[in-house]
Design a protein. Sequence first.
Lengths: 192, 286
Amino acid sequence: MASKRDSTRSTRESFEREVLPHLDSIYSMALRLARNREDANDLLQDTILRALRFFHQFTPGTNCRAWVLTILFNNFRNGYRKSGREQVSPSESEFVERLEAESLASDQSQSDPESLAFANVMAPELTAALDEIPEEFRIALMLVDVEELSYREVSEVLTVPVGTVKSRVSRGRSLLREALLNSAPGMGRKRA
Amino acid sequence: MNHSEYIDQFLSAHADTELSGDELREAEAHVASCAECAARLAEERALKALVHRHGQVSMPSAVQARLMTMLAEEAARGEGALGPKPEAQRARSYERGLRRLRRPAIWIPLSFAACLAIAIVGARQRGYLGGDAVHVVYHPGGYAEFDVATAYFAKFDRDFHPNVPSDSYGDVAGAYVDAHMPGHLWNFNGSGLHLVGGRLDKLPDGRLATFTLYKGGGNSVMCIRYKARTDRLPPGVVREADGYLFYSYNGYSICYSYSPIGNFICLLVTRQPVKQLLENIEYASG
């Protein structure tokens, strides 16, 4: 017969099994939100700690990454924005350069045929193009394209209707496409 | 569907595999007949793939190491670290009480609960949460949650219909866990009280609650668990033992405890005197 301590250990093991595989994802989004490493690390730690404390509220069988990202966005909105820490730090250009270097997009050994349409887009160009997009569209794109969440999951993370997610993704991708085509004349594609 | 309709309303959702049914069929049919839209769909998917690769960053090992250290420290702080923070301090004292009493609780792992899920879903579809009407008399100057608890005890002591599989402690605990409620059951066998069965039902305010009835030797004890709404302790405690608060309330004895794991309240209700209820708990504690 298991004791309370055993059940707590079981909860903790479930947490490690469910949450830890998504750390890279959570870290990536923390970096994109906080825009500098120090704040991103704080945001990440706060998020993981909160996820641990509130893990009893996670529904097994649902998307754990979406659940942790919801906590991340809540933390970001409630804590970091209030304190003004979302402001871009003076070292942002250095941060972006290093981020690009670490990004898997810098790996030019792309084999996916569909990627050929934008095969010549370099990480700095993409970063610049993404930066041109208003934040609400950029975040929706990141959640769908990078975190691979469904529109419904994004609507829960951002607490907006699914229809809003759909329009933000559509608009965001359209703006990104225009920005890339306008900034990369060497791509040999017609302008939008 | 025409060209601009597809681009404006369906292209992104199509690339994101968010279309289904008629919308998907119409979109597929349009793309099959429109070379320009087919090219735009390929481009949209390429853009999606590009952003995906660009956004993926591996966590530096130093950051990961710091995170693991933080989690290890949190684990070392003990069980109280799990649960809603605002109630943490008081909750920990209750948790310590629970551990000291070492009552034999039954914890059914989630995997076991999953095995029961199909049967339980079926039961739910057959009217699981029927919500037997319970007439609650709220006493002036009383404690509303105790009025509710005693009203349910009075009804279920006379007429109890388990609505979860109740052949064993495991059945009941598994059904509770499946409903995201605590799976801990009391074992009062040492006091001559045996499990009658379990019931999931809603309180008058809509909160889901578990009702577990134990009977034996002409006595009954009912355990009611539900999510706490406030951290205010019920007034009028007559005895406190190891984090359990005991009350005499309108001819009933009630034992109140709180668990920060999920923020649940546990009420044991009986017609037995407080002293007897305390002994039952101590026996159950082994």
